[in-house]
Ligand binder design. Structure first.
Ligand code: AR6
Length: 168
């Protein structure tokens, strides 16, 4: 298994699966979620709606992951995961780690050989670049995943620098 870090827009990645930092509603949003839906087109939202109607009537719980088509993206699937909102009062690291583990589990089930991750929860959900990077890298390294090419695609210089330090 190889882990690499790249700077840039995740929607340009040619991989089997692109992970989306979604919210429980699965109905889209800003940040990387908005970018993925814009670039992938309406087929993604159609499948998200169908998932809400069937399996996730109350929304996708924090820390879980589910796959849809990637629409027009140069990928086979988008794996939507819901990161925790940062809390100063409560340690939610286990939920953030779960996003990476569950996304890799879903990717493995699909037979994806390559997966691109954004820095889940490092934007509007308020995690520091340092903690987001530490949890992401530690969890993926410890995952025992069968996916062989894992890329962290980082949009923001501060977050990229934190992942670079974490990768050592
Ligand atoms: N490619 C890669 N990374 C990106 C891109 C992109 N095109 N655009 C932004 N980022 P955020 P969250 C980075 O806020 O904190 C949404 O509205 C960004 O710089 O997208 O998990 C959802 O619907 C940051 O480092 O996700 C949820 O409501 C990282 O992606 C909520 O935001 C994550 O930032 C989720 O918040």
């Amino acid at each position: 298994m190889a882990i690499t870090i790249l700077k840039g827009d995740i929607t340009g990645q040619r991989v089997d699966a692109i992970v989306n930092a979604a919210n429980s509603s699965l109905m889209g949003g800003g940040g990387v979620d908005g970018a993925i839906h814009r670039a992938g087109g309406p087929a993604i939202l159609d499948e998200c709606r169908a998932l809400r109607a069937s399996k996730y009537g109350r929304g996708l719980p924090t820390g879980q992951a589910v796959a849809t088509t990637a629409g027009r993206l140069d990928a086979r699937w988008v794996i939507h995961t819901v990161g925790p909102v940062y809390s100063a009062d409560e340690d939610r690291s286990a939920l953030l780690a779960s996003c990476y583990r569950e996304s890799l589990r879903v990717a493995g089930e699909l037979g994806a050989a390559s997966v691109a991750f954004p820095a889940v929860s490092a934007g509007v959900y308020g995690w520091s670049a340092e903690s987001a990077a530490q949890i992401a890298v530690d969890t993926v390294r410890a995952s025992g995943t069968e996916v062989d090419d894992i890329r962290f695609v980082l949009f923001n210089d501060e977050v990229y620098a934190a992942f670079e330090r974490e990768m050592g």
